[in-house]
Ligand binder design. Structure first.
Ligand code: URP
Ligand code: ZN
Ligand code: ZN
Length: 466
């Protein structure tokens, strides 16, 4: 099966050029000057897709999703079927989700459970990180085994005492093991012990509204935990990747470590670039829609996060997609903000939202591709199969109309959740066509993919280790 994607502006992290993309079966075989000899020869017998006036970019790689995640007394609303379909609608062709080891369980148990949820249900390719919530001799041994199976990154939590929380000692041990196994530690960096004190003090004062979720998780406690995580990683000699970074202080900690040559990396998410504490303080219980951790911050942080994306102190934009319906799920926290399940839906809108950064002059086109696709692929061992349009790479391709306009709404999105955090937001740009390994999944406003097409991706280790 051959497809010629003709005449679009092909954008990779290295630059943009008008080119034809030649696809055979599941792979890109060449980029050629439009109408050149090789392109013309290839065109015979090939399906031709006209991409003139469009951007042709590598399928985006979202390295932070939570499908069907048991959390806060419920489970995140998207299954692997609905979540990966929504991802495809938004131009994401790979997700890396978090399998969970519960306390008292083996890593293997958690990983097997996540394989069972995903297998046969995904429209796009997928991989797993592993959440380690019980660090002991056995789980350290298993970390090494899992790296051999292509699960080469492990998330630990300085937040959520009693659930996922690890002590500094546990974290150090896991980091030492990560160093020995060649793995990357991903860190949820918030001081959960101090936060729990602030939460119970707030509740005892009768402060129960959603906005107190933000007020009891001050940005200083993210900055402090980020510095501590980086220090622990330095002692262990392990790479550390700070997930869902939301504040200027935490960014500063990452930037300092990077300038000293430490293998310290960080991501941010669209909610921290576009939403703020004012959303958390919306009228009535509306703010519950915006409860996530770390919480949405004062708008002053946003300019610093955009700067971090330009300087590469923030290397990746992921979504932390963790959707809970407003009805019945977010409502679990009526009268007690600490019972609102934490998380925001977003897997469908990362490419479009970050494109607004291109429109506003915050990011250039190649950097847009780099933070959404190339760097996440390299950071998590998927490159050059994913994250680039080059001979031999998977034909995960998005044809993007940079001039289209759309309005985000729960009425039109494809995530299985009853609200949008970006309801009514007007957007420039739109995903038109999406290929996953050479197969069309989204065709100009129609889903034509198939659940079960998506395959598990065993991942190599981090490409950026110095
Ligand atoms: O609020 C969030 N971020 N929910 C998902 C779990 C996590 O900590 O990433
Ligand atoms: Zn987290
Ligand atoms: Zn998360």
């Amino acid at each position: 099966m051959r497809t010629l994607i003709a005449g679009g502006t092909v954008v990779n992290a290295t630059g943009a050029q008008v080119a034809d993309v030649l696809v055979e079966d599941e792979r890109v075989v060449a980029l050629a000057a439009p109408g050149s000899g090789p392109a013309a020869a290839f065109a015979e017998g090939a399906e031709r897709v006209d991409a003139a006036g469009r951007l042709v970019v590598p399928g985006a790689v979202d390295v932070h999703t939570h499908m069907e995640m048991p959390f806060g007394g419920t489970r995140s609303a998207d299954t692997f079927e609905t979540g990966t379909r929504a991802a495809a609608w938004g131009g994401t062709t790979t997700v890396v989700d978090f399998a969970i080891q519960r306390k008292g369980e083996a890593l293997r148990q958690g990983l097997d459970a996540w394989h069972a949820k995903a297998e046969g249900n995904c429209s796009i390719d997928y991989g797993f990180h592993m959440i380690v919530s019980d660090v002991n001799d056995q789980s350290c041994k298993e970390m090494d085994v899992l790296v051999g199976e292509g699960v080469s990154s492990f998330k630990l939590f300085m937040a959520y005492p009693g659930v996922f929380y690890s002590t500094d000692g546990d974290i150090l041990r896991a980091m030492q093991q990560a160093r020995a196994s060649g793995a990357t530690v991903m860190m949820h960096a918030e001081n959960g012990i101090a936060i729990d004190v602030l939460v119970s003090q707030a509740l005892s004062r009768g402060e129960t509204d959603p906005r107190f979720h933000g007020l009891t998780r001050p940005d200083l406690l993210e900055a402090e935990a980020t510095r501590r995580a980086i220090a622990l990683a330095k002692v262990a000699g392990a790479p550390v990747y700070i997930v869902h970074l939301s504040t200027t202080g935490a960014l500063q900690a990452v930037a300092e470590a990077r300038s000293e040559g430490q293998n310290a990396f960080a991501e941010t998410c669209p909610q921290y670039l576009f939403l703020s504490a004012a959303d958390l303080a919306r009228e009535g219980f509306e703010g519950a829609k915006y409860v996530c951790s770390p919480p949405l911050r004062a708008p002053e942080h946003q300019a610093h996060l955009w700067r971090g994306l330009r300087t590469d102190d923030l290397s990746v934009v992921s979504t932390d997609h963790c959707p809970f319906c407003f009805k019945e799920q977010k409502e679990l926290g009526l009268g007690d903000f600490s019972k609102i399940p934490n998380g925001i839906p977003g897997v469908e809108h990362r490419v479009d939202l970050t494109y607004q950064g291109v429109v506003a002059g915050e990011l250039g086109l190649p950097r847009w591709v780099e933070v959404n696709a190339t760097t996440p692929a390299r950071m998590f061992g998927l490159y050059p199969k994913k994250g680039v349009l080059a001979p031999g790479s998977d034909a995960d391709i998005v044809i993007y109309n940079p001039a289209a306009s759309q309005t985000i709404s729960a009425a039109t999105h494809h995530m299985d959740v009853d609200y949008s955090a970006y309801e009514g937001k007007a957007i420039t740009g739109r995903v038109e066509t999406v290929f996953s390994r050479g197969r069309v999944v989204i065709d100009g406003g129609r889903y034509v993919g198939q659940k079960g097409h998506g395959r598990f991706l065993p991942r190599k280790t981090n490409d950026y280790l110095k």
